[in-house]
Design a protein around this ligand. Structure first.
Ligand code: IPM
Ligand code: MN
Length: 362
């Protein structure tokens, strides 16, 4: 069996970090015997500016034929008027998440050995949790509008959506994940004291589903308190389940406490395997450092490890799982090289980090 991967390198540093992830994939799979083949797709802000094409129905049909999607980063320079209104973010990233029904955004927050955290007195033992971010609803639905635009009586609204179906499948995923972890502890993060409608749907679904998981302990935090705990006592978290917008915000904070955006990996999962999942570093295209071999590829490489483990699970392919585990282990074996070197890794180049991880594959 051969894995078919669609590759969207995207903009800015996206292609650079993706190239390193593909190098590591090649090295790891030649060791395990996993067969893969990749195909490049051009979707990006650059492609849009050149051709006027963002992403259409036929592109989505083409992507559906793959086992998974490897995404670097999409997005152009900030304040480019030609890209206003999130044409790329909505037109590529969110569209794929929605159309491929990637309803889980899985974002591990783990302080790897040797990586510096900005939190004083916190170690790898304290910072080790996973955020399960709902990925298809909430404020991301694009519902709302502006009336009387440009007048003093302008009115804008933007609607938060929580469906029982969408909430329930996400909460169930989080309970199942918590069950596989040693601590088996799941925290719901919301803002039920203010968002008494959407929050109520989340809260009731969470409480009801919890009765099916006697082995998992539960907690609830308002999102503002969660931000405080993530900084002051991150050790309270094991698995967090959170709606889309709050999840977006707290996972940037999560990336920061675990060593920065260059480290944070993610998977946009369709856990049922009904459509391909998509794996990407949490960071963006970072146009300010693009093309200089400066970006940290760890997030992209670690995302490749997540991809192989997830696709291996869905396709019941042990060699994919093994290759993914090998990549995850190599990442964590290489991070002690950064000890004491600060968040910028003091001069390691993007491709040097790739080589370091290839060496660590053993
Ligand atoms: C992320 C990003 C996206 C999001 C943007 C680019 C639309 O911030 O993946 O976290 O908000 O989900
Ligand atoms: Mn984000």
């Amino acid at each position: 069996m051969s894995l078919k991967l669609a590759v969207i390198g995207g903009d800015g540093v996206g292609p650079e970090v993706t190239a390193q992830a593909l190098r590591v994939l090649e090295a790891a799979s030649s060791a395990t015997g996993l067969k893969t083949h990749t195909f490049d797709f051009p979707f990006s802000a650059d492609h849009f500016l050149e051709t006027g094409h963002v992403l259409d129905e036929s592109d989505i049909l083409a992507l559906r034929e793959y086992d998974a999607i490897v995404l670097g980063a999409v997005g152009g320079k900030p304040n480019d008027p030609r890209l206003a209104g999130g044409v790329i973010e909505k037109g590529i990233l969110l569209r794929l998440r929605f159309e491929l029904d990637q309803y889980i955004n899985l974002r591990p927050v783990k302080l790897y050995p040797g990586i510096d955290t900005p939190l004083a007195n916190k170690t790898s033992d304290d910072i080790d949790f996973v955020c399960v971010r709902e990925n298809t609803e909430d404020l991301y639905c694009g519902l709302g509008g502006i009336m009387r635009k440009g007048t003093p009586r302008e009115v804008a609204n933007q609607t938060m959506v929580a469906t029982r179906f969408g909430v329930e499948r996400c909460v169930r995923y989080a309970f199942e994940l918590a069950r596989t972890r040693p601590r088996k502890h799941l925290t719901l993060v919301h803002k039920t004291n203010v968002l008494n409608f959407a929050g109520d749907t989340w809260h009731r679904a969470f409480e009801e589903i919890a009765t099916e998981y006697d082995d998992v302990t539960t907690a609830y935090n308002h999102v503002d308190a969660c931000c405080m705990f993530m900084v002051a006592k991150p050790e309270v978290y094991d698995v967090i389940v959170v709606p889309n917008m709050f999840g977006d915000i707290i996972t940037d904070l999560g990336a920061a406490i675990a060593g920065g955006m260059g480290i944070a990996a993610s998977g946009n999962l369709n856990p049922d395997g009904a459509a391909p999942s998509m794996f990407e570093p949490v960071h963006g295209s970072a146009p300010d450092i693009a093309g200089q071999n400066l970006a940290n590829p760890i997030a992209a490489i670690d995302s490749m490890g997540l991809l192989l483990r997830e696709v291996g699970r869905i396709k019941d392919d042990a060699s994919a799982v093994k290759t993914g585990e090998m990549i995850g282990a190599a990442v964590q074996a290489s991070t002690p090289n950064f000890a004491g070197k600060g968040l910028d890794r003091s001069g390691y180049k993007c491709d040097e980090v790739g080589s370091m991880i290839i060496d660590a594959l053993g």
